[in-house]
Design a protein around this ligand. Structure first.
Ligand SMILES: Nc1ncnc2c1ncn2[C@@H]1O[C@H](COP(=O)(O)OP(=O)(O)O)[C@@H](O)[C@H]1O
Ligand SMILES: [Mg+2]
Length: 451
């Protein structure tokens, strides 16, 4: 994953690639905002990519996604200068690749890059071993060394036992494992994979995606992976870039993109995605704004409930650790007590902030109650109930604000119908109502949950 204090492995800065002559004129028009089609009609050139800027960090699986012809392969090939940029600059480990001479470039490719293509491009009459060792052979690595190295990566990709089979005897999935092993043989730092799994049957494809993730967890390369398949992008991508007509439309994690698609094109792209597998509890929860404290009198709790507009409240201690859930009926029953009876606190299941919506739904269903969302230090940060889930799923059109900015207070059930199964214990209907620290039981760090 990307971290801000990390130097990018690959930096793409305002890079364009025009196919054809009069690239300069085409670039001027593109810069002025003229679309790919119009520029092509007028100048006769084809726009590969235009003005793309991206940072890709070490250890990422960075997915480049878009419809056919959107410029994915062009962008990938610009990274190791298999294609020359018409404008812009590419840096690898801080070094300007666009300024390199031929020899330097060849050295760079050999030392840092491995490529895997959709068409496996294997040598059919060679064995698996011969194919995997092929790159090293070309580089003049001696037989013993290159075979030892090849056997090692053959094991990495799960092909042990197949070393002496001919490539042509293997299934598509196996052949692509050979392709991957061949790319890994020279131990490159960066893998460029262009629709590497797109030609495979869905089941085999899914298996290879799993395997790639598992292999990556061991080898930790920087992987740039081109795909036109959103589900694949979501599954394997630490971040995703979406191209349209050669332009970069959006970059982010799958969660970012699904929660907040940049435009109608991205929305159309993400429409078919299974949001429940991508959105997290943190993204859809109602942030914790008002909670009861164990020392509260029944009256204080009733006032808090009234203020929040819901028929139940979470009970948290000063460290915001969850003690349970109190229902309106139980509080009214002990109306005159100076301190709530802890035995009336109902247990409430918790999930972590990263739990997927799909798992949250399962929990809510299995437990028949809302779930509290806790951070890494077990502090309650929010609540998810049925209405929260529905509100999150209803946002599928992508035109609404991200869920985290719009707690669906109105969608919650009225207080009178309170029961653990359908109450929204934490949401605060009015943003001003919790302004007084004296009555806000959420503790000193509650401000963090209020943003
Ligand atoms: N060698 C080339 N000559 C002319 N046009 C090209 C060439 N390579 C790609 N293109 C054009 O550039 C655009 C982007 O192509 P490409 O990067 O292959 O898209 P993708 O990989 O997203 O399908 C397309 O319009 C394509 O026709
Ligand atoms: Mg392509």
């Amino acid at each position: 994953m990307s971290t801000p204090d990390l130097e990018p492995k690959i930096r793409i800065k305002n890079v364009s690639r025009i196919f054809g002559r009069s690239a300069r004129r085409a670039l001027r028009q593109l810069d002025a905002g003229v679309g790919k089609k119009e520029v092509q009609e007028e100048t006769g050139v084809v726009v590969g990519v235009h003005d793309v800027s991206l940072d890709i960090y070490p250890g990422e699986i960075f997915v480049i996604m878009g419809l056919s012809g959107s410029g994915k392969s062009t962008l990938l090939r610009l990274i190791n200068r298999l294609l020359e940029p018409s404008a812009g600059r590419i840096e690898v480990d801080g070094v300007d690749v666009t300024a390199m001479g031929r020899r330097q470039l060849r050295q760079l490719r050999r030392a840092k890059f491995g490529m895997v293509f959709q068409s496996f491009a294997l040598l059919p009459h060679r064995t698996v071993l011969g194919n995997v060792a092929f790159g090293l052979e070309i580089q003049g690595v001696g037989r013993a060394e290159r075979e030892a190295r090849a056997l090692q990566v053959i094991e990495t990709v799960g092909l042990s036992g197949y070393e002496h089979r001919h490539a042509s005897e293997l299934s598509g999935g196996m052949q692509q494992r050979v392709g991957l092993a061949r790319a890994l043989a020279a131990d490159p730092e960066i893998l460029l994979m262009d629709e590497a799994f797109s030609a495979l049957d869905p089941l085999i494809r899914s298996q290879l995606q799993d395997d790639l993730l598992e292999i990556q967890s061991r080898i930790g390369k920087t992987i740039v992976f081109v795909s036109h398949d959103l589900d694949e992008a979501i599954k394997i991508g630490s971040r995703i870039a979406i191209l349209r007509d050669g332009r970069l439309i959006q970059v982010g994690t799958a969660q970012d993109i699904l929660a907040n698609p940049a435009d109608a094109y991205v929305s159309a792209f993400v429409e078919g995605a299974d949001r429940t597998r991508v959105l997290s509890a943190e993204q859809i929860m109602q942030p914790l704004r008002v909670a009861a404290k164990p020392g509260d009198s029944a009256r204080v709790v009733l006032r808090k409930m009234e203020r929040s507009g819901f028929g139940g409240l979470l009970v948290v201690d000063n460290a915001r650790h969850l003690l349970g859930f109190v229902r309106l009926a139980d509080v009214t029953a002990q109306r005159d007590r100076a301190q709530l009876d802890a035995s009336t606190f109902q247990p409430l299941p918790t999930v972590t902030a990263e739990t997927t919506l799909s798992d949250v739904i399962q929990r809510i269903h299995a437990e028949g109650s809302p779930v509290a969302v806790v951070d890494a230090r077990q502090r309650v940060v929010g609540v998810v109930d049925k209405s929260t889930v529905l509100a999150a799923l209803a946002q599928g059109d992508g035109n609404s604000a991200p869920a985290t900015e719009a707690p669906p207070a109105e969608a919650a059930p009225p207080a009178a119908e309170a029961s653990p199964a359908d109450a929204s214990p934490a949401a605060e209907a009015s943003p001003t109502a919790d302004a007084s620290p004296a009555t806000d039981a959420a503790g000193p760090s509650a401000a963090a949950a209020r943003t």
